[in-house]
Write a protein of this length. Structure first.
Length: 459
């Protein structure tokens, strides 16, 4: 696949895979998460509805349900993720510079040209080489980040073999989807050398919409079994809430996420005929009915409040700005180092590592901005979910479950930079403020009579 003098890549591949296979076969099973020492489906006395209900006290009562050891563990996991943002960026930058400065990228371009004389097909052949090589070079960090670390903190359930199977599936999806993208974009650059950045932006956005549309139906089943959920005790309240909020669906789906992770999640995804309400089986198994309803109310909020179209509009700005930045930055970099890299024009597939290096720099700098945009939408969905489900205590339960891998009390700057969701404390506090303003929905009883009693559903 490569120039005969390039013997390093095969050696790296063999050594890397040999090491990770040895590590994977010896790695211990997932450690269990530290569970709350109290039943979180019971409302603590300070959070019970009463004439003296105080949102601050109620929030602290729920926070106290999380064991200190669990808090320390989730804080360590989440704060470690801050460093991974940096290491991912630096590692990716180092790989891109390696491919450029060793001229491996130019050699892969030459190989593609030898395989076919059709210029429109050469970017695809280059992409296959590029993705395979960067997958091997990036595998040590991928293995640590998504296998070793997830097991260390009790969040993964897969053994090494099935995990590698999913990695291989991801690679195949990347080869196909990425191949289509690079062929389209390089065709635009060749045909429209002066305005490629404008039309490239439009094509990228169109491909993004296509991915959002087909993902729930064609991509997700590659990794997980998707089936209709037929438990009316769960689906009845969810569908009632959906129909009351104008969501056109009569089915609820579940996925077997527990084969990979202990995380609880749900989503309302897709467009038009591909729209689906989906719960993962961890949420079904571990969540109370009130928690499930609150989570689904949140997810429906994303759909009803048009967060997918709004996100696409946001990314129109980001993508167009990114392509304008690339138009300038690529020209500047090629003028300075193009001869050294044996890359002389933007339509050359060998420029791809430089594209990823420059976009990596841009999006690393934009991390607080993109996180803030997402966090603002998540906050809106939280408020919609509270109003739709009327389950503030279920919402607090969900925040406690999420505390297994999310820091609950970040500082303001920390939250602004690193959090793409509101903090757990913020979410519980919002739920308790909502509850305090809607006490008429809940039976009011004296606190002494409520200690240890199951919570009211408010229905």
């Amino acid at each position: 696949m490569f120039h005969p003098s390039c013997v390093v890549a095969p050696l790296v591949r063999v050594c890397a895979l040999g090491i990770v296979v040895a590590l994977g076969s010896a790695f211990p099973a997932a450690q269990p998460a530290i569970q709350p020492t109290v039943d979180i489906t019971k409302v603590p006395p300070a959070a019970q509805p009463s004439e003296h209900f105080d949102a601050e006290a109620a929030t602290e009562a729920y926070m106290a349900m999380i064991p200190p050891a669990a808090t320390a563990r989730s804080n360590a996991y989440f704060e470690g993720g801050y460093w991974l943002v940096l290491w991912d960026f630096l590692y990716g930058a180092a790989v891109s510079l390696l491919l450029l400065n060793t001229r491996w990228s130019a050699r892969m371009r030459n190989m593609a040209a030898r395989i076919t004389r059709f210029r429109w097909l050469q970017p695809l052949i280059y992409w296959v080489q590029y993705l395979l090589l960067t997958t091997v070079l990036g595998f040590p960090l991928e293995f640590y980040e998504n296998y070793v670390r997830e097991h260390k903190y009790g969040l993964a359930t897969q053994t090494f073999g099935p995990w590698m199977g999913d990695e291989f599936k991801s690679l195949l999806v990347g080869l196909i989807a990425g191949g289509i993208v690079v062929m389209v974009l390089f065709a635009i650059v060749r045909k429209l050398p002066n305005t490629w950045w404008i039309w490239g932006s439009a094509a990228t956005l169109a491909l993004l919409v296509a991915g959002v549309t087909i993902g729930p139906v064609y991509i997700q089943p590659i990794f997980n079994k998707v089936s209709r959920l037929n438990d009316p005790k769960i689906t009845g309240p969810i569908l009632s809430m959906a129909h009351a909020n104008g969501i056109p669906t009569n089915d609820v789906y579940q996925i077997d996420a527990s084969k990979q992770t202990t995380r609880m999640s749900a989503n309302v995804s897709g467009f038009a005929n591909t729209m689906r309400i989906t719960l993962n089986d961890n949420l079904i198994r571990r969540g109370s009915p009130e928690e499930i309803q609150s989570v689904m109310g949140h997810e429906m909020g994303h759909y009803v409040m048009n967060h997918i179209p709004k996100t696409i509009i946001f990314f129109i700005i980001v993508v167009v700005g990114s392509f304008a930045y690339l138009r300038w930055a690529l020209g500047w970099a090629l003028a300075r180092w193009g001869e050294r890299w044996q890359i002389h024009e933007i339509s050359d597939p060998a420029i791809l590592p430089l594209v990823f290096l420059l976009t990596g720099i841009l999006f690393f700098v934009l991390t607080p901005i993109t996180n803030t945009q997402t966090r603002a939408q998540e906050k809106e969905a939280d408020m919609f979910g509270l109003n739709a489900s009327r389950q503030p205590d279920g919402f607090a339960q969900a925040a406690i479950h999420l505390s297994e891998y999310r820091k609950m009390r970040p500082g303001p700057a920390e939250e602004w930079i690193f959090f793409d969701h509101p903090s757990g404390y913020d979410r519980i506090h919002s739920a308790m403020v909502w509850k305090g303003q809607n006490l008429a929905l809940f039976p009011t009883t004296t606190p002494a009579a409520l200690v240890g009693q199951p919570k009211s559903t408010g229905q």
